[in-house]
Design a protein around this ligand. Sequence first.
Ligand code: IPM
Ligand code: MG
Length: 361
Amino acid sequence: MDLSVLVLPGDGIGTEVTREAVRVLRRVAEKWHHSLRLSEGLLGGAAIHQTGTPLPEQTVRLATAADATLMGAVGLPEFDNAPPDRRPEKGLLGIRRALGVYANLRPVKAYASLLDSSPLKNPLVEGTDMIIVRELTGGIYYGTPRGITEAGGETRAVNTMTYTRAEIERVSRVAFHLARARRKKVTSVDKSNVLENSQLWRRVVTELGGEYPDVALDHMLVDNCAMQLILSPRRFDVVLTENMFGDILSDEGAVLAGSIGMLPSASIGDRRPSGAWVGLYEPVHGSAPDIAGQNKANPLGAIGSVAAMLAYSFGLREESSAVERAVETVLDTGTVTADLRPSGAPATTEQVGRAVCAAIG
Ligand code: IPM
Ligand code: MG
């Protein structure tokens, strides 16, 4: 198969973890005789430095031309006080929107060999296996009006949370479909006791649920969900929620998985006319400028994102499972970075990447 992949290393540890993810992708291509065409583009702070904008047009062109995009992370402290259009994060939101990847899938799994890495009690976390389906191209992240204004001696900031029925429907369908291949349970998370936006969300999800009678649907308020994720994580199978709630809950999920460095993500949209699913693959973690350039970031979230890419964008199930199994093997051998609190000396980013390649065989 011909795999054309755009790599956007981005900022901070993004460059280090994507290097290892690409190493794994090359190993897979070699072993299963796929031809891999890699291109590289600029996004985030790195793009601002070189072109003055966080999402150069060239990057959008490359991403639209590629079958799939692998991203590292964006964000640098030097831009913390920059105006909105010159912030690295704007580039990430821009490319998600440009590709139309409205469903962000964030699996949260407690690996047996990592139970001691979670700060939570083992019996609570053990057996956790859920996937958060986060709406990614709507809601308060994109709603207008937005901005900070000065009027009548007062400074005011406004953001708008907005969803249409169609936006809620398409991401919900992704959640119901995923549930069918799992434990057949969807928990939709909202704040419908306060927000009209969530009232529409709940109504649309409930209506759609009628089309999937084999899938059990329940609803949970987001504050309660934040608590239940820690109290009884095993009760969750597919968690469906809007953009900002999903952003927050998925970081909480990271505590269950031992470290945020473990979490992969796949953002998918509709099918291209060619039949390929549009996909943007990125670890859930950020650019972690404090540990950047030290070869100690955990590349497994990025490597897991490669496994997701192989499955979702290319339909290569065998290759994808092989990467996932290799990750488990490496976890079992204890070749892990410092965030996973190994008993011996922590491995470097590169050592973990090479170990995964070796385990693929
Ligand atoms: C994430 C990140 C991004 C988000 C930031 C970097 C804009 O936190 O992917 O979870 O909020 O979506
Ligand atoms: Mg986040």
